[in-house]
Design a protein. Structure first.
Ligand SMILES: [Zn+2]
Length: 138
């Protein structure tokens, strides 16, 4: 179970909308709770993928922020947006996740602009495992 405060979801959606038609991406930090994880931190990163409208690649320069997450004791995750496709990992996403074993992923979809979707997953050994996600009040 991952809890996501509404305020942080709003930050992620704002980033996703600013980057359209490209995918937005960023790092997440989460506190450990009895129920699982609660996202506590959203860090925007640049998307340096060649085809940024259909895939993402976190700018290596932004990866220094991973050390900040570790220092704060946060569990690292990655978020990215799908401007036109559902909030479900693409084949490319599954391949990409091999480089980030053991983390959680949030995907937001802007396919229906008035009703954005957000889902959480873990992707282990090319297997997509949906993770229950609850949006909580701040
Ligand atoms: Zn994707």
């Amino acid at each position: 179970m991952i809890e996501l405060p509404q305020r942080l979801l709003d930050d992620i959606l704002a980033h996703a909308r600013e980057r359209e038609p490209e995918e937005a991406c960023g790092l997440l930090g989460a506190d450990t709770t009895p129920a699982g994880l609660q996202v506590a931190h959203v860090h925007r990163t640049r998307n340096v993928a060649d085809q940024a409208t259909i895939r993402f690649e976190v700018d290596p320069r932004d990866l220094l922020h991973v050390f900040t997450l570790e220092e704060r004791g946060w569990e690292m995750g990655i978020y990215h947006s799908h401007p036109r496709s559902p909030a479900y990992p693409s084949v490319t996403d599954v391949g990409h996740a091999r480089r980030w074993p053991g983390i959680y992923h949030l995907i937001v979809s802007l396919r229906q602009p008035q009703a954005p979707e957000v889902n959480a997953y873990r992707i282990e050994d090319d297997e997509i495992i949906p993770e229950p996600l609850r949006i909580v009040a701040d």
